[in-house]
Design a binder for this molecule. Structure first.
Ligand code: VGL
Ligand code: ZN
Length: 182
């Protein structure tokens, strides 16, 4: 069985948001189409308390129960079966969707007999990377959808390094056009 994991497609990571990822919104139409190909669709949300220590390193973003933490308005979120909230503790960066505290992502996926996990969303060099690497180390076959991710690239080359790191551990990069219809 396969599942789609949508990472952090939230207002604060999109155009005009507190921690906007360049062209972050560009993933939304692709992800809306992608959801058709997956029986199981789950998503993570960055979900920080307002006094999180994470904000020593980042502008304040995705504060719990704020508009910035909402899904992008064009994301077809009604098709998401379960949302995993991460970065919820005071000193919890929560880069990986497997750090979610409201529900255990690994348990959820294993109970649904998911072996193949397709990852998309924001940001390539932080939460997509951390979630994909964790998934791989937990034994899933991991695919990252190349045209449905965007990176922050704070230091030039971060994106490329993140992609290389994922490839080195055996994560497979695929294009949306190649997997639609499978
Ligand atoms: C993220 C930086 C800080 C992400 C979250 O979702 O990639 N990046 N918090
Ligand atoms: Zn964050």
């Amino acid at each position: 069985m396969k599942a789609l994991l949508i990472v952090d497609v939230q207002n604060d990571f999109c155009h005009g948001g507190a921690l906007a990822v360049p062209e972050g919104d560009g993933v939304v139409p692709v992800i809306n189409l992608l959801m058709d190909s997956f029986p199981v669709v789950v998503a993570s949300k960055d979900w920080h308390p307002e006094n999180s220590l994470h904000f020593k390193h980042w502008p304040v973003h995705c504060v719990q129960n704020t508009t910035g933490a909402d899904f992008h308005p064009q994301l077809d979120y009604k098709r998401i079966k379960q949302v995993f909230l991460k970065g919820t503790g005071l000193d919890d960066d929560g880069y990986s969707a497997f750090d979610a505290t409201n529900e255990e992502l690994e348990v959820y996926l294993k109970q649904a007999y998911i072996e193949d996990l397709y990852v998309c969303g924001l940001a390539t060099d932080y939460c997509v990377r951390a979630s994909a690497m964790d998934a791989k180390s937990k034994g899933f076959n991991v695919f990252v959808i190349n045209d449905a991710i965007r990176g922050v690239d704070i230091n030039e080359g971060d994106n490329e390094r993140a992609i290389d790191e994922m490839k080195r551990v055996g994560i497979v990069f695929v294009e949306y056009s190649k997997i639609s219809g499978i």
